[in-house]
Design a protein around this ligand. Structure first.
Ligand code: GDP
Length: 594
């Protein structure tokens, strides 16, 4: 079956590049809303917290019609704290609208989600937005977008993307720049129809709907959302709900919904390519398949990132309870938290021995923090513990979660940011330009090292820094951080040379390069590095990188460094090259040491 009357697309953009404005304009022009007052609620970002924090928390769906084609648009959260969500959402669509600010160019969130979209094999349409603005520089930005595609190993098919120049604000799109003074979004709609594949599938095959999103409605209860891969589903029909653990139950959806504009509309039946919301499946979970009861054919389950961080949330028991918010009972707190778990997939809520206290686990401080803030606004007054990282016991010993950290930082703050990350044991894996005056840094860091980093980072970069992180697997737990004072003199033996770094109280290091190459050496950059798992700034071919003794790159093992006096260090020195390093600069100079 060919659903030429449907297109399913995801919308990808860095925060503030105009995703919401564009969807609003598309909704208006699709003729769905004759009464502009209905547009007061913006299509995406219905949660006010999302706007404040500049992120989109949960995927929203909307649908428009154009020339008789239903275009389902799903929003993709650009933020990485809630890992696994983006992949799931992308599994529902066949193409993506990549919205890029024609002045700012591609930014970190553009990159993360685009990477996933390309991996999922989706065909993109590139929208260069804010073309009405004076600073628009479409040629350069297009060049940067193209580079990004190449960098992310887009297929030839994906590289062959159409480019639409747009002003979401004015509701104008064009195939060429500059924009005409008047117009509409037709060129964009046409590009979607022409370029994004329509759903194809066998309507007569056994039903398959993979549940990719959950939601909750106070009247109808749990809502399970997914795309019909194959088969047909009619209201009243009994289906099999195949759980990810292999069990199957027979259930009957009480309602089927689709979308028109922002509204849910009841449907009698759905088929191949439809994105459907099912009510009445109280046990449905992400990754379950709704399938044919006589011939169940579950789809491979999708994985959701495990929580990495946990906190205790309790009823406020202080004598001042109820003064600032509203006094709540443990029952109310319990209900609220467990309700959240129903739609917030990466979140886990557990009871504790204390009936007033609950354990809440999630994908990072922001993930949990958003929930707590939301609850505070609703009037919940709570006591909250410090966050702790969830360690995992395996046959290989105790493991801790790692994160891949992406930072975009104005050049002048790079040194300061590196210094913040030093004591947190971050390993730098990449560094490059992220646009004029901007540096992009990529690190691997333990979830432990990331605790409290966000606020320090935002302060340090005066709010200009952009931070994202993704779950990056587990590594052996390296133990609590023992203190080794900043400024300690250290010696590091590499496979081919012995090198030394010393640091005086002025944060200056002297690095001696030994006779062999390559040479890695550095200095203690943080207050809390411990000798057995040392954190150093490493100097290699004039590029400063950061690495730890336990993760030395290119197979070079760093022995645990020893703390030496200057005299002892000089005794080791057999080199004739001396490098001076400070956290902000490296200077190479010849030196004779004798
Ligand atoms: P989102 O975070 O991607 O959803 O971005 P928004 O749609 O909320 O837009 C962010 C800001 O950019 C808002 O102040 C918009 O008014 C503005 N904006 C969006 N599109 C355009 C555009 O085409 N031209 C201009 N000049 N401003 C725009």
């Amino acid at each position: 079956m060919e659903r030429q009357d449907v297109r399913n697309i995801a919308i990808i953009a860095h925060v503030d590049h105009g995703k919401t404005t564009l969807v609003d304009a598309m909704l208006k022009q699709s003729g769905m809303f004759r009464d502009p007052s209905q547009l007061q609620e913006r299509a995406l970002d219905a949660n006010p917290l999302e706007r404040e924090r500049g992120i989109t928390i949960l995927a929203k769906n909307t649908a428009i019609t154009y020339r008789g084609v239903l275009i389902n648009i799903v929003d993709t959260p650009g933020h990485a704290d809630f890992g696994g969500e983006v992949e799931r959402i992308l599994s529902m669509v066949d193409g993506a609208l990549l919205v890029v600010d024609a002045n700012e160019g591609p930014m970190p969130q553009t990159r993360y989600v685009l990477q996933k979209a390309l991996k999922a094999g989706l065909r993109p349409v590139v929208v260069l937005n804010k073309m009405d603005r004076e600073g628009a520089r479409p040629e350069e930005v297009l060049e940067a977008v193209l580079e990004l595609f190449i960098d992310l190993e887009a297929s030839d098919d994906q590289l062959d993307f159409p480019v639409i120049y747009a002003s979401a604000k004015a509701g104008i799109a064009s195939n060429t720049a500059p924009l005409p003074p008047e117009g509409n979004l037709e060129p964009l709609f046409e590009a979607i129809l022409a370029h994004i594949p329509y759903p194809v599938g066998d309507e007569t095959a056994p039903l398959q709907v993979l549940i990719t999103t959950l939601d909750h409605d106070d009247y109808v209860g749990r809502l399970a959302i997914g795309r019909v891969r194959q088969g047909r589903l009619t209201l009243g029909q009994t289906v099999a709900l195949a759980h990810a653990d292999g069990t199957v139950e027979r259930v009957r959806p009480s309602k089927l919904y689709g979308r028109i504009g922002l509204k849910r509309v009841e449907l009698e039946s759905v088929t191949v390519g439809d994105i459907v919301t099912l009510a009445g499946l109280e046990d449905a979970n992400i990754g379950d398949t709704v399938t044919d009861p006589d011939n169940p054919q579950p789809l491979p389950p999708i994985s959701v990132d495990e929580p990495t961080l946990t906190i205790l949330v309790g009823v406020n028991t202080s004598p001042f309870a109820g003064l600032e918010g509203q006094f709540i009972t443990s029952r109310q707190l319990r209900d609220r938290l467990f309700r959240e778990q129903q739609r917030n997939v990466a979140l886990r809520v557990e009871e504790t021995e204390d009936a007033d206290v609950f354990r809440v686990s999630g994908r990072g401080e922001l993930h949990i923090g958003i929930l707590l803030e939301e609850m505070r606004r609703e009037g919940y007054e709570m006591e909250v513990s410090k966050p702790e990282v969830i360690l995992k016991e395996t046959p290989d010993g105790l493991m801790e979660p790692m994160e891949r950290l992406y930072l975009d930082v104005p050049d002048e703050y790079v040194g300061a940011v590196m210094e913040l990350l030093g004591p947190r044991r971050a390993t730098m894996v990449a560094m490059g330009q992220a646009g004029p005056g901007q540096t992009r840094l990529e690190f691997v860091i333990s979830a432990r090292g990331l605790l409290g980093f966000r606020s320090a980072f935002i302060n340090q970069t005066r709010g200009y820094g952009i931070m994202n992180h993704l779950f990056d697997g587990y590594q052996p737990y390296s133990g609590p951080i023992e203190e080794m004072p900043r400024g300690a003199l250290i010696a590091i033996e590499t496979g081919t040379a012995t090198a030394y770094a010393l640091d005086n109280a002025q944060e200056r290091g002297v690095l001696f390069i030994g006779p062999g190459t390559p040479v890695y050496a550095g200095m203690v950059v943080g207050e809390h590095s411990r000798p057995s798992d040392l954190e150093i700034n490493v100097c290699k071919k004039k590029h400063v990188t950061n690495m730890r003794s336990s993760t030395a790159e290119e197979g070079i093992r760093l022995t645990p460094p020893r703390v030496l006096t200057l005299d002892q260090a000089l005794e080791y020195v057999k080199s004739d090259e001396l490098v001076e390093i400070t956290p902000k600069s490296i200077r190479l100079r010849k030196a004779t040491l004798d």
